[in-house]
Design a protein around this ligand. Structure first.
Ligand code: ADP
Ligand code: MG
Length: 616
C-alpha cells in the first residue's frame, strides 16, 4: 500500500486551530485586548461594527512590532512571550500559545498597522485567509492597530451559526467587562457602530467597577482584603441585601486573568450562607494573586479555567476572608458567625404569631349544588373561566375528613406565608375539596380518583398563559404607582431593557424614562407588587442574556416564562384552601394544563382503579 499520511498545509492547520480559539467575535475581542495588554498599553480602544461580524478593531499605545515581527506574529506558534517550557511556570502575560493571530488571520480579513516607539516608520500589513496581501511602510502613531473584518468569510457554516448582532455584542460586552475589570490601571474606550458605549479612565478597582456597572453600585460594595503566604485576596463583595435572583456580577480574577471556578464560587456562597436566601446569588469582584508557579492555566483552550496547586487551602481562606469582611463592615453581627442554623427561626416565620393549626371541613357542602364556589378575586390572582372543571369534582364524602381516609396525611397549618395568594375569604376555607401536601402539592379529587398537582409548576402554567395572552393581544392593564419607582441598572442592562421594552409595556409596565443608568417606572402589571419590580427586571435581564434571542416570538416566550417563574408560588409556601381551589380552577382552565412552561409535568392522576390494585 502506498503511503497516505501527509502534513496538512499551514493554512488548513490554521483554520482548524482557529476553530478552537475563535468561536465568535467575542473570542477575537478577547485575544486582541489581551495582546494589547501584554504589549504594555496604557490606553486601549475597542471599535465594533455589527456585533463584530464586520469589524473588530483594537488600537493600543503599547510597544508595537518591528517589520519582521509584524510578519512573524501571524505564524503559528510564534510568540515573544515564552521561549522554553519552564517559562510557563512564571507567566505574567495573558498570551503564550502564539496561536491567536495565526488563527484569526486564517478566517478573516486582517489589517494591522504597528510601530515601536523608537522607529520612525510603521508597518502596514494586510492578510486574508492566511495569505499576506501586502506589507508596506506607513506613517502611524506608536503602538498597534489591528482590524479584523468579515469574520468567518471563508467558513460560511461558522458565519451562519453566529447569532444576531445584539447577541454577539452582548458577548463582546461581557468579554470587555472582564478585561476592563482585570486592568483598572489601563484606560479603555469602547465604540459600537459609531457610538461610545464605555469610556473608562485609568482608575482603581472600586472606581472601575462603578464606572462599568453604574454609580449605584458604589453603596453595594464591601471591600475584601487579605494577605497570606499563599495568596493575596482583594476586591469587593456586594452586601447581602443586594443579592440578585440571577447570576450576574460574579467575577474571579487570578493574577489579573478572569477565570471561572465553580469551586471557589462555592467558597463565596458558603461565606454568605444564612445571609441570603438559598436561591439568591451574591455579587462579587474578587482578585486573587498567587505565585504563577502554583497554578496551571494551560488546561482549557480559551483559558478561563485554572488549576490550583492547593485548592482546599484557597477555598478555606476565601471563605473566611469574606466572612470576616461581612462581619467587619457590620453587615452581620460579628458574633453570629457560628450560630447553629438549625436553631434559627425560618425567615418567613420571624414576625408571625403562633397559631394553632386548624382544619375545618364543611360537612354540609354539596358539590352538586348549582352555585360554584367563589374563588378569591384578589388583585394578584386573576380569576379565569372555570367552565367545565367543577364538573369533575365528586367532592368529599361528608364523614370523610381528617379522621378516616386521610388521617395519616398531615394537613398544613393555615398560617399564610404564601405572599401571592391572599388570606382566605370567609366561607371558602370550609370547603375541603382540596388539601395541600407537604407545602408542595395540592391534592384534589376527580370523578375517577384524585389528582396530585405540583403547586409551583401549576402556577407557572397559569401565569405563563396569562402573560402570553396579555402580550399577544396587548390587553394588559397597568397599576398606576403613586410614586414613580426609580431604579438603576448598568449600561448593558439598560440596553437589554430597551430591547424588550415594548413587550414589557404590553404586559402593563409603564416606563416614563429610560436613560443613562436610570429607569423610571410609573406603572406595573397588577400581578407584580411594587417591591418585586426590581427583582423581576433583574431576572428578565439575566434570562435574556442567557437566552440571547432576537426574534420577537421567542422574546415574548422568554418574557412570559421568566415572569411566570419569578412570580409563581414556590414549593414550601403554604396555601390556604381558597388559594388551593383557585389554583386548581385556573390550572384546568389553561390550554395546556399538563405541562409547565418548562416542559415538566404539572400533575399526576391516581385513579380509583390504581388504588384498588394496591389493596389486592
Ligand atoms: P501570543 O499572545 O500567545 O504570544 P499571538 O498570536 O496573540 O500570540 O501574538 C503573537 C505575537 O505577536 C505576540 O507574542 C506579540 O509578540 C505580538 N503581538 C501581538 N499583538 C501585539 C500588539 N498589540 N502589540 C505588540 N505586539 C503584539
Ligand atoms: Mg495573544
Amino acid at each position: 500500500m502506498a503511503d497516505i499520511i501527509k502534513l496538512l498545509p499551514d493554512h488548513v492547520a490554521n483554520q482548524i486551530a482557529a476553530g478552537e480559539v475563535v468561536q465568535r467575535p467575542a473570542s477575537v475581542v478577547k485575544e486582541l485586548l489581551e495582546n494589547a495588554i501584554d504589549a504594555g498599553a496604557t490606553s486601549i480602544k475597542l471599535i465594533i461594527k455589527d456585533g463584530g461580524k464586520n469589524l473588530i478593531q483594537v488600537i493600543d499605545d503599547g510597544i508595537g512590532m518591528t517589520p519582521t515581527d509584524a510578519r512573524m506574529g501571524f505564524e503559528r506558534h510564534a510568540t515573544s512571550k515564552i521561549q522554553k517550557a519552564e517559562d510557563l511556570f512564571s507567566l505574567n502575560t495573558k498570551g503564550f500559545r502564539g496561536e491567536a493571530l495565526a488563527s484569526i488571520a486564517a478566517i478573516a480579513h486582517v489589517e494591522m498597522q504597528t510601530r515601536p516607539e523608537q522607529d520612525e516608520m510603521a508597518t502596514h500589513i494586510r492578510i486574508q485567509g492566511s495569505e499576506i496581501k501586502f506589507q508596506e511602510v506607513c506613517v502611524a502613531p506608536k503602538g498597534t492597530s489591528m482590524s479584523v473584518k468579515n469574520l468567518f468569510f471563508n467558513i460560511p457554516a461558522r458565519r451562519n451559526f453566529l447569532k444576531s448582532n445584539h447577541v454577539e455584542l452582548r458577548h463582546i460586552t461581557d468579554e470587555f467587562h472582564r478585561v476592563a475589570l482585570a486592568h483598572p490601571g489601563i484606560a479603555f474606550n469602547f465604540y459600537n457602530n459609531g457610538s461610545e458605549l464605555f469610556n473608562l479612565p485609568k482608575a482603581n478597582q472600586r472606581q472601575r467597577i462603578v464606572h462599568i456597572f453604574g454609580s449605584k453600585t458604589n453603596e453595594k460594595l464591601v471591600p475584601v482584603n487579605e494577605e497570606t503566604q499563599v495568596v493575596r485576596i482583594s476586591g469587593f463583595i456586594n452586601k447581602p441585601e443586594f443579592a440578585k435572583k440571577s447570576r450576574g456580577e460574579q467575577f474571579f480574577f487570578v493574577n489579573n486573568r478572569f477565570i471561572k471556578s465553580p469551586y471557589l464560587h462555592h467558597a463565596v456562597l458558603a461565606a454568605f450562607e444564612g445571609l441570603i436566601k438559598s436561591d439568591a446569588y451574591p455579587g462579587y469582584f474578587l482578585y486573587l494573586d498567587v505565585d504563577p508557579a502554583s497554578i496551571d492555566i494551560n488546561i482549557h483552550p480559551t483559558k478561563t479555567e485554572v488549576k490550583f496547586d492547593d485548592e482546599h487551602t484557597l477555598y478555606a481562606m476565601l471563605r473566611s476572608t469574606i466572612k470576616h469582611s461581612l462581619g467587619q463592615f457590620n453587615v452581620v453581627p460579628a458574633l453570629d458567625f457560628e450560630q447553629d442554623q438549625n436553631l434559627e427561626t425560618p425567615y418567613d416565620y420571624k414576625d408571625k404569631n403562633v397559631v394553632q393549626p386548624n382544619v375545618s371541613v364543611d360537612r354540609t357542602f354539596n358539590p352538586f349544588k348549582e352555585s360554584t364556589p367563589k374563588t378569591p378575586s384578589t388583585a394578584s390572582y386573576k380569576k379565569q373561566s372555570t367552565d367545565g372543571w367543577e364538573n369533575l369534582y365528586i367532592g368529599l364524602d361528608s364523614n370523610m375528613g381528617q379522621d378516616e381516609g386521610f388521617s395519616s396525611v398531615k394537613f398544613e397549618s393555615e398560617s399564610n406565608t404564601g405572599s401571592f395568594f391572599e388570606a382566605h375569604q370567609e366561607g371558602l376555607e370550609s370547603i375541603a375539596t382540596t388539601f395541600q401536601l407537604r407545602r408542595k402539592y395540592v391534592v384534589t379529587t376527580i370523578k375517577s380518583g384524585m389528582v396530585v398537582i405540583d403547586q409551583s409548576r401549576a402556577h407557572q402554567r397559569v401565569l405563563y398563559e396569562q402573560f402570553l395572552r396579555n402580550i399577544t393581544v396587548n390587553e394588559a392593564v397597568s397599576q398606576q404607582l403613586l410614586f414613580p419607582l426609580q431604579l438603576s441598572f448598568s449600561k448593558s442592562d439598560i440596553d437589554i431593557l430597551n430591547e424588550i421594552k415594548d413587550s414589557l409595556t404590553s404586559i402593563g409596565f409603564v416606563f416614563s424614562n429610560i436613560n443613562g443608568e436610570e429607569v423610571r417606572i410609573t406603572g406595573v402589571p397588577p400581578l407584580v407588587s411594587e417591591s418585586e419590580v426590581g427583582m423581576v427586571l433583574d431576572q428578565l435581564i439575566s434570562d435574556f442574556q442567557m437566552e440571547l434571542s432576537e426574534d420577537s416570538f421567542s422574546q415574548t416566550d422568554i418574557l412570559a416564562k421568566t415572569l411566570a417563574k419569578t412570580l409563581s408560588v414556590k414549593t414550601g409556601e403554604v396555601l390556604n384552601n381558597a388559594s388551593q381551589l383557585a389554583l386548581v380552577n385556573d390550572l384546568f382552565a389553561c390550554k395546556e394544563s399538563r405541562w409547565s412552561p418548562f416542559n415538566k409535568p404539572v400533575y399526576i392522576t391516581i385513579t380509583e382503579n390504581d388504588i384498588d390494585k394496591k389493596f389486592i
